[in-house]
Write a protein that binds this ligand. Sequence first.
Ligand SMILES: C[S@@+](CC[C@H](N)C(=O)[O-])C[C@H]1O[C@@H](n2cnc3c(N)ncnc32)[C@H](O)[C@@H]1O
Length: 218
Amino acid sequence: MPKRRVIKRGGKRRRRRKQRKAEQQAPRRVDKCLVPWAGDMVAAGMVKEFVLKTGCKAVVETGTYKGATTKWFASLGLPVHTIEKNPEFLSVARARLAGVPGTTVYEGSSDAVLPLILPLVPRPTLFFLDAHWEDYWPLKDELRLIAESGMTDARLIIHDCAVPGRGDLQANIAKDVTLDFEMISADVGAIYQGPYHVSYNDGSPPNSPGIVFVEPPP
Ligand SMILES: C[S@@+](CC[C@H](N)C(=O)[O-])C[C@H]1O[C@@H](n2cnc3c(N)ncnc32)[C@H](O)[C@@H]1O
């Protein structure tokens, strides 16, 4: 006698519903760096206000990664020169930024590329310094090169810097050293040759990256 196949009604649909539910409940792995300012809207608002208030005419970014902040700055209508050392990130960034007007991506280490860009940018320029994750941390060399260019009107935004009174905000740690403003104050002083103003994203939500803003007096 031929075997009879038993067809369970709704089995396939039930399985699909179960799978969809599991997918919805699974933790989402979003690369935080693909979202500009790690999704911190307070920081995004502060950066935009800083750019407008201080009349920046161009942005130089060190550390492109996959181009999230490059694209964000370009959306403000400014030309953006961005430098990335890692060839893998570079090709992702180039693909994501193709067709984004005003963006130029440079390959190499920021300390080697900055001297080529500095003579080309209009003044005042905003330097968004965000290159790290490697053994060589170029921040001090970047600040030295800006000082050597004579751009006393440079505007600076330094990402992943400790914020006074906000120990929960994230700061870059390299070789057991945490980035705080004290660590770079002499390098920043060499740029302005006089007084300058420092502020922080101290109103950002808990655990956001810390940001320091530096500008010369008006
Ligand atoms: C925090 S990510 C940049 C994130 C990006 N600015 C954003 O917010 O979307 C740091 C990047 O700096 C790059 N980097 C590290 N050292 C560098 C150097 N000396 N010159 C240029 N880029 C460097 C890393 O490869 C990495 O992509």
